[in-house]
Design a binder for this molecule. Sequence first.
Ligand SMILES: [Zn+2]
Ligand SMILES: [Zn+2]
Length: 315
Amino acid sequence: MSAPVEFGAPGGEDWAAAHPRTSWFDIRPLADGVFLIAEPGHVNNFLVVGDDRAVLLDTGLGVADIRTVAERLAGKPLSVVNSHYHFDHSGGNRLFDEIAIHRAGAEMLAQPAPEGLAEGYMAYTQRLIEEWQGYKQLDDAYFHLVTAETLIRPLPEGFDPAGYRIVPTTATTLLDDGDQIDLGGRVLEVMHTPGHSPDSICLFDERNGLLFGGDTINTGPIYAQLEDSDVEAFARSTRRLAGLGDSVDRVFVCHFMRVDNPPGLLTEIADGFERLVDGSAPFRDNADCLGYPVREACFDRFSIFVAGVNGGTRV
Ligand SMILES: [Zn+2]
Ligand SMILES: [Zn+2]
C-alpha cells in the first residue's frame, strides 16, 4: 500500500503535514508540475504549474477552499480552466477572478442550476458516506484495496449540507478548439470534445504526454445520458482522442478513484462508443448518482450511461 507522499510546496510549507489524508482534499503530485487535488468519491481537480503561471483545471464541488490549497501549491499567478460547466467542476469558481471555459459553456455557467440539484447531490453525498462504512469494513476484512488516497472523507467541519448552493459564475476567457494555454515552459492545448456536454474540453500537454480527459474519459460510468449529451458527438470525440496515439503517455480523469491511466484506455472508450452507436453494446438497467434510471453499457474498465426509457436526468 502506498505511503503518504511527502512533498514541500513552494514557500517551504509541508503540505503532507498541513493537509493530512483525512482532510477533504486528497492532494498528490502526479508528475513534474502536476498535482491532483481530489475530492475522493466526488471529483478530481488538477493543478498544472508552468515556469510563469499555473492553471487549476476545475474547481470541484465548492464545499472547501480549493483556492487557498491551489495557490499555496502553485506559488505563482493562478487562473481557472473549467473542463465544462457542470457544478461538480465549477463549484469553487466563485473563489476565483479568472475563469476560462469553452465558449459553448459560458452561458450555462452563468445560469442558475436546475432546481433541486444541490439538494439531490447532498443527498447522494450522505448516502455515499453511509454506504462507505460497510464498504470499508468489507475491504478491511477481505479485499485490502482501499488506501489513504481513496478514503471517502466526511464533509468538512463547519460545512452545512443544507446550505449548499450552486453559484452561477461568469467566464472571463472563452476557449476554442486548438487554443494554446502557455504557462511558461509548458503548453496546454485545448481540445473541444463535445458529447458529455456541448462545451466539454480536454487539455493536452503534448510535450509531457499528459492528457486531462475531463468528463469525456472516465474510469467508471461515463455520463452520456444527460439532457445535453450527444452520443454520436461523444463517439467522434473519443475516436479523435484515441487518434492521439503514441503522443499520450498518461490519461488523467475527473471522476472515480482510478485517476491515472495508460493511453490504451482512450482506444477502449472509443471502441465502446462505436459499439454503442452500432447497437452491439451489452446493456443493463441502472441508476445514476441522483437516482435517475439509465441504461448502462458495460465494458472492462468503464461503462457508458445512456438515457433510460423515461428519458435522461436534468443534471
Ligand atoms: Zn459533467
Ligand atoms: Zn463530472
